[in-house]
Design a protein. Sequence first.
Length: 291
Amino acid sequence: MQTPAPFDYERATSVDGAIASLQRLGPEARVIAGGHSLLPMMKLRLANPQHLIDINDLTELAYIREHDGEIRIGALTRHVELLESELLAQHFPGFRDAETVIADPVVRNRGTIGGSLCQADAAEDLSAVCTAVKATVVIRGATGERTIGMDEFHVGPYTTAVGDSELLTEVRVPLRAGGGSAHEKVERRAGDWAIAAASVAVWMDGGRISDAGIALGAVGLTTIHLSRAEELLRGRPPSEDLFAQAGEIAATDCSPTADGRGPIDYKRHLAGVVTARALRRASVRAENQEA
């Protein structure tokens, strides 16, 4: 049976206390919430933190609410809460699309949005969703808070902008009129990591796409932000031809590697297919919002 290396454990009672512990213990300390990514890595000795700081009691970080023109999501919000939130589904249904295909009920009941984003796995669905809807994240440390976009947050494979003595505390998604979003994923079996996934958000104005966000998962070392495809869409009415062109850009601009889930050409093809599918659904939802 695989077992982790020895470690010390403490349970945080406040956000400031957790940050103070991280600062005191240094880079060998890790935060644990759901643990569905960290614990398997510890069992395999791929991660060997000397200290674990459990933040499950920090209920002040578990919420989904509308505030000051944004949807704000606490970092400790569980997958199941994202799945069941009517507020989130009304404004950003791409979150619900993604949550229905993330892992299984056991993971969804304990895993958190903060943990998912901080794992920075290229195949993680919520990273693509947050990138597509142009979310920002709040990172808190001993000296205060800073807010950055998703392109700055994920700095490399399994690496984020969160420092050794900092916590991701919140995700913020701006509310804009005429918006629709969708998430599409192809997987080998239900709840598996994606072979390819696409998250899309579009905003309509007068029957044309005024803005768009597109991100791919599982077809590169990090979540891929398709800025070239977004530029193609702006100012144009939705159409199957337009979606196909965006899919071609997705297939070209992704960088998959061959593995047990398929060869490179197959993954490129899927990236294009799921991008077009997500655009189709997101556009219909945006048109309904605009109407």
